[in-house]
Design a protein around this ligand. Structure first.
Ligand SMILES: [Zn+2]
Length: 336
């Protein structure tokens, strides 16, 4: 079985038209103000996505909302919660339409400065009512404004505690960016890198050893920049700032999970080499930013499966892990 652990919702335009209405209306239509998407329209979108999956041999996609389309930052709290509710409902309906092809990752209502305990109601609904297998965690709900505490900050600990209690993985994936210096694509990589370094520095996995976090897009820049962080760690050891037998940076890095949304063979080889193939789940983000056609292979750059199959350093067990078994270990609620 081929499980795509990083894919986003394909939804009718009526859903996104509602987002615009929601954003500009400022409560004009009352709260909650919910999207109306017909079953017929949703089936067209879902079938379109199934065809895209079939085109590359993907059996199951783990679907989350499209992060850059989430409403975060300083938006009205009612808009944030309403849009999250709509997103999760539409994903749940998509799963119901094709129960052998999709599973859901929940959006969470993240607002700048609001305690993470405000996410718990939606986590409960997503797991108990909607049957979702994980949650999407935006490490920067302030969207580039500088007010989001890094993921190593105690602000996030109640969320980690809840995720551990539920054995629910968090998929780390930032959303939009309003800073003006980064596009949202660039912001993804920045935030993924910061997620790893801040969590490592704060010793989050020592406090929450059963926490499961999957860092998007192959862990941002960190696997590529690993030498810098190895050195920091060893300098800290020499200076007596950490215990002599404290784990190395590489050991801590292998506590995270990673996806394979890299669109480049040599980047994937580096990822598997640095973090271990057993920590990586096949992911494509297809359809999405990798839709460009590779001038060399003539295939879409997000058709990652043949690229992984061609990596000589991987054994058969590694490949089976990447394509299926690692996702089953990560998403304990993934029942097929
Ligand atoms: Zn994504």
């Amino acid at each position: 079985m081929i499980i795509d652990a990083h894919a986003h919702l394909v939804a009718p335009t009526s859903l996104y038209a509602h987002r615009s209405q929601l954003s500009v209306s400022g409560g004009q239509y009352g709260d909650p103000y919910r999207a109306k998407v017909s079953d017929a329209d949703l089936e067209v979108s879902a079938a379109q996505n199934v065809a895209i999956m079939d085109g590359v041999g993907t059996d199951v996609q783990v679907l989350s909302p499209r992060p850059f389309l989430m409403i975060n930052g300083n938006a009205r709290w009612e808009n944030i919660t309403s849009w999250v509710h709509d997103q999760n409902d539409i994903i749940a309906r998509t799963v119901k339409l094709h129960p052998t092809r999709f599973r859901g990752i929940a959006a969470l209502p993240q607002q700048t400065g609001r305690p993470v305990a405000s996410l718990f109601d939606e986590i409960k609904r997503a797991t108990e009512e909607l049957g979702f297998v994980g949650v999407l965690v935006n490490p920067d709900p302030d969207e580039g404004g500088g007010k989001s505490p890094p993921l190593g900050d105690p602000y996030w600990y109640p969320l980690y505690e809840r995720l551990c209690e539920l054995d629910l993985p968090g998929h780390i994936h930032s959303g939009n960016c309003s800073a003006g210096r980064e596009t949202y694509d660039e912001h993804f990589i920045t935030e993924e890198s910061l997620a790893i370094t801040s969590i490592y520095r704060a010793g989050v996995f020592e406090r929450f050893p059963s926490l499961k976090l999957m860092v998007s897009h192959g862990g941002g820049a960190i696997p590529y920049q690993v030498g810098r962080w190895r050195s920091h760690r060893e300098m800290a050891r020499t200076a007596g700032k950490i215990a002599r037998d404290a784990p190395t940076f590489d050991t801590i890095l292998k506590t995270f999970w990673f996806d394979t949304v890299l669109h480049n063979k040599r980047s994937l080889e580096l990822l598997f080499d640095v973090v271990g193939a057993d920590r990586c789940c096949f992911g494509t983000e297809r359809p999405g930013s990798g839709a460009g056609i590779d001038p060399v292979s003539g295939r879409p750059l997000d058709d990652i499966r043949p690229v992984i199959e061609a990596i000589e350093s991987l054994g058969e067990d590694d490949r089976r892990g990447i394509f299926e078994h690692n996702a089953r270990r990560l998403f304990s609620r993934l029942e097929f």
